[in-house]
Design a binder for this molecule. Structure first.
Ligand code: SF4
Length: 289
């Protein structure tokens, strides 16, 4: 996992992972193994303070879509299941009452007052402390706050607010040295494009691009000179490229490769990219993940 509030725009989360696999303690576990699948995903880890409004007419956000992961436990499937139960109960009650297409307000009320709320409220200061002061402060201060809350139900630090969003946390490229990542060896580490083939992602080519730019000029006019256009590095599928052409640099979006991790929607420093749903259920196919 790479926290997307990283500041150095030269960081490539993908290449950090490839490099990690060569650490002796990791490499000895992987030695002799076979690559069978590839995928990537952004985890909504803002916790209690970041849960959005959960319902809209005819639908609701559950599980990871609602950001119900408990960061210190690195676990969200318990809350995903609980939110599923609460949403199903609210939907069943709505159907029994002859309602359809309205908002399941009972689901949101149950989630915000039930076991999911209890679990997330206790751990609510871990992530903001981590983002502001680093891992050690989070483990120390945040751990103290969480364990007092576990024992008494009261958080001594109250509710710590999140600071900048992940896009705004990105620093200016000129303030950091570019990172020279080792070349993948094809045994433990692999280049992005051959890995993308193992995600079995598929998008019918003639459909409109599902990655939409609010302003198509921004990648070259703003992001490239200021941030070295980090989309080239934060995207784990190599979707975004800056091509050198006779007319100057050109921004290219290879949307067919997208593995739907949503990182671009979160991390683009200009907040210029919106991930939209592609047609017909196109996208990665993760049968074993
Ligand atoms: S284009 Fe965006 S959503 Fe698709 S793989 Fe790249 S970063 Fe993830």
């Amino acid at each position: 996992m790479v926290h997307l509030n990283y500041t150095n725009p030269w960081v490539s989360p993908y290449m950090e992972f490839q490099r990690l696999k060569h650490h002796p303690m990791v490499a000895e576990l992987l030695e002799g193994g076979k690559r069978i699948a590839y995928g990537a995903r952004a985890i909504s880890e803002g916790g209690w303070q970041s849960i959005p409004k959960l319902t809209f007419p005819g639908g609701a956000l559950l599980g990871c879509s609602a950001g119900l992961v408990n960061v210190p436990r690195i676990k969200g499937n318990h809350n995903a299941m609980l939110s599923g139960i609460e949403a199903a109960e609210a939907a069943a009650a709505a159907i029994a009452a002859g309602r359809a297409g309205d908002e399941l307000v009972a689901y949101e009320a149950a989630l915000r007052s039930g076991p999911v709320a209890k679990d997330l409220r206790r751990a609510r200061n871990m992530k903001p402390l981590w983002a502001k002061f680093g891992m050690l402060a989070s483990l120390g201060l945040g751990g103290f706050d969480m364990w007092v809350a576990n024992l008494t139900g009261w958080n001594p630090l109250g509710t710590v607010k999140h600071g900048k969003n992940d896009a705004k946390a990105t620093g200016v490229a000129g303030n950091y040295a570019p990172i020279d990542y080792p070349k993948p060896d094809g045994k433990l580490s692999f280049d992005r494009l051959t890995n993308v083939a193992f995600s079995a992602t598929n998008h019918e080519e003639s459909q409109p691009c599902h990655l939409q730019l609010a302003d198509p000029e921004i990648p070259i006019a703003v992001n490239l000179p200021t941030y070295g256009e980090p989309a080239q590095r934060y995207c784990p599928a190599g979707v975004y490229e800056v091509l050198e052409t006779a007319e100057g640099p050109k921004f290219q979006i290879n949307f067919q490769n997208c593995v739907h991790c949503k990182t671009c929607d979160i991390k683009d420093p200009s907040e210029n990219i919106t991930w939209t749903t592609p047609q017909g259920g196109d996208g990665p196919n993760y049968p074993n993940m």
